[in-house]
Every structure is written in C-alpha cells, then in structure tokens.
Design a binder for this molecule. Structure first.
Ligand code: ADP
Length: 379
C-alpha cells in the first residue's frame, strides 16, 4: 500500500505546534519524502525553541507511524542558528531510536571550551568509526571507501560501511544493492549484507533525486539516524563514506560522528590537493586524527600492456603528506578494472582478490588497521 504526501500532511494537520497553530501551518516542515512506505521529513525551528518542539517531533513521528502502509518514519528536528549568532556546538541524539539530533545553542561549559570529541557518544558494539573524505567530488572517494572496507575485511576484521554521502549516495551502485532495509524488533534498521560487510546508505531509503534536495540541517539528522538507529551489531571498524567537500555540513558531521580517524582521498592534480589540504584542516579543527592520504588515479595504467603513465603528474599527494606530516597511505592507479568493477557493483578487492589492485587496497587497509589497533583491541 503506498503512502502519499497528502496522507502524511493530513495526519500532521491534527498536531498542534507550540506556536498555537497546526503543525502544517507553522511554517517549519521540510519537503516530505514518502516512497514505498518510508516517510522522511524534518521540522526546522529556531535553536532557542528546540526544546519545546521535541515532543511535537515525537508526536509527529507517532502520528505518521499510525498511517496504514507506513513501515519506516524518520522525523528530524533541526534547529538553525540565526545569522550572526555564535556557532553552536551541535549535539547528537543519544541513541534513542526515533529521537533526532537537535542543532541547539549550548554555551561551552564554564572553565573553557569543550572538546568536540567529548560530545560524541560511541556507537555500542562498534570499536572504531573512521571517515573517508575528499575535498571535492569525483576523486574516487566512494570507490576507495568500499575497497578499503573490503581490505579491512580481508585482514580478518568485522567491517561496516555507512554511505553518508547524502547528496549523491553511490554505495547502492558500487555494491549492486537496491533493497530496502528491514526493521528489527527494536525498530532499528538492519543493514544490508554483501561481501561480508554490513552496509547502510541513504540511497537504500529514498530515491536518489530526493536525497539530492535535502536541506543542510537534515544531513546531520539523517546521518545520525543511520549511525545510531541501525542495528550494526559488533564491528571492529565502521567506514563512513562522507559527503565530498569541506563545507558546514561536512564539518558538522566530522564533529558529531564519533570518529577515531579520517582517511583523505585526493587525486594528484593541484586543485584536488588544495582541496585535500582543506580536508586536513577540517579534521584538525575538530580534533579527529588524520590516518593518512590516499592518492587515487595516481597514474594511468594501460589495461593492455600495463605501462604506467603519469598523466596528472605524480607524487603530489605523497609530497603533500610529508609536508603536512600525515601518513601517506598509498597510490591507486587509474585503471579500467577499478572503474568497471566499481560501476558494476563488484568492487575490485572482492572480484579480483588476487590482482594487483586488491593488493594495493589491502596494503592501505593494513596501515589503517595498524593505526587503529589500540582502539580495536581495547574494544
Ligand atoms: P567520489 O565518491 O569521489 O565522487 P567515485 O568513487 O564515485 O568518486 O568515483 C567516480 C568515478 O571514478 C566512478 O566511475 C569510479 O568507478 C571511477 N574511479 C574511482 N577510482 C578509480 C580508479 N582508481 N581508476 C579508475 N576509475 C576510478
């Protein structure tokens, strides 16, 4: 049974807002996504009012859940800072299913600024969450994230992959997964399983076009839900494929996801290196250790004769990493096999495990694992 936006609006019209008018007349609702029984929308209010709206969010969620045919509801409460106000430290929701992050104003505690890491609650059962980030799109971030996850799997670790690239989720394409996740008894989404990985993507929940039009504040809410309202089980490493770029949305994410480290993907071209530097600066700002830089599309390797050509120049990322004193994790060639396997949903580490590319990704994974050893062992 399909659920329409109008049905959702009709159920929301019965809820009274703290402004004294119906929720649908309070001018706070985002676009409503309703497809295949899954309903998503956000309530956007001023930070100062956020507390008063929490019960309305819960009421809205309950009302929508009561519509026949609705299987999943995600209602995010987001509070935007007024222009000119001091930047708020966003607070994540604390693991209660259905309760969303509220981007509320909170002054730092007396006696000094609070460390961003202190605000992040761990994800039960997950030893280390790491981000794969890039300064811009199209550098192979998602391809690297998936193959890195598979490399970590090959090292004997239990690994999950969260596609947090809400603006353009590519994990469904890269994994060939298009099913909708089911809910477990505690109403948590069960990640899809493929290649021995636990995989979650916003692309499993909404049509790609819908994800593209989501507004900034919803990014954090959606990612928080995918982190905390998913039954990840026990994982050594959860690899998060971040949205590309170093803007506010990415910064908020980096700040709110309990990251143990970040891997930055760059191509050798100058522009992309500049972007990678911005990525480094962003993680430094939020005290997330940079595990290293990966140079993707580092050189062209002819699929016929194997000859290497440095079409973009070569060694830029290694040099940059040395200069910035962050580890250089490795060079991945621009190769047909990587593109073809990626785009066919058969990532190269899984489909050609004995090939040279899988070996490169595994070597990168080995360095990442070594840096996380203490965290994984402690868990
Ligand atoms: P991003 O996540 O940075 O936007 P993707 O991982 O989606 O980038 O990759 C963009 C395109 O480049 C895809 O078609 C992918 O298959 C291709 N690609 C990524 N890395 C490589 C590589 N090393 N060699 C060949 N093609 C690659």
């Amino acid at each position: 049974m399909s659920v329409t936006q109008q049905q959702v609006l009709d159920s929301l019209a019965k809820i009274k807002s703290p402004r004294g008018v119906a929720l649908t007349n309070a001018n706070v609702l985002s676009a409503i996504s309703a497809s295949d029984g899954k309903v998503f929308f956000s309530i956007n209010v001023d930070a100062a009012e956020a507390r008063a709206w929490e019960s309305v969010r819960a009421e809205a969620e309950a009302a929508v859940r009561g519509i026949p045919g609705v299987t999943t509801v995600m209602v995010a409460l987001t509070a935007e800072r007024k222009a000119g106000a001091a930047p708020p430290p966003p607070t994540p929701s604390r693991g209660t299913p259905g309760v969303q992050s509220v981007h509320a104003h909170k002054p730092p505690p007396q006696g000094g600024a609070q460390s961003p890491m202190a605000r992040q609650s761990e994800i039960p059962g997950v030893a280390a969450v790491i981000a794969v980030a890039s300064g811009k799109g199209g550098v192979g971030k998602s391809t690297t994230a998936l193959n890195l996850a598979l490399g970590l799997r090959d090292l004997g670790l239990k690994v999950g992959l969260l596609d947090a690239d809400i603006y353009g989720p590519s994990v469904p394409r890269l994994t060939g997964l298009h099913e909708k996740p089911e809910l477990d008894g505690e109403r948590k989404m069960i990640p899809l399983k493929r290649f021995g990985l636990a995989i979650m993507s916003i692309g499993f929940l909404v049509e790609e076009e819908t994800a593209m039009i989501w507004r900034g504040p919803m990014v954090m809410s959606a990612v928080t839900q995918m982190l905390r309202d998913v039954a990840w089980g026990t994982l050594d490493v959860l690899v998060v494929d971040m949205p590309p770029g170093t803007g506010d949305a990415q910064l908020t994410l980096a700040q709110n996801v309990p990251l143990k480290g970040a891997v930055i993907v760059s191509t050798p071209q100058d522009l992309s290196l500049i972007d990678a530097r911005r990525g480094l600066a962003m993680f430094k700002k939020v005290n997330v250790p940079v595990l290293g830089i990966v140079e993707n599309m580092s050189y062209f390797q002819c699929p016929h004769c194997g000859t290497k050509s440095d079409i973009f120049g070569h060694g830029g990322a290694r040099h940059e990493a040395e200069k910035l004193q962050v580890p250089f994790l490795g060079e991945i060639p621009l190769h047909m096999a990587i593109r073809a396997t990626s785009d066919a949903g058969n990532p190269v580490v899984d489909s050609e495990p004995d090939g040279p590319h899988a070996a490169i990704y595994r070597a990168i994974a080995g360095q990442v694992r070594d840096q996380l050893k203490g965290v994984i062992a402690a868990a």
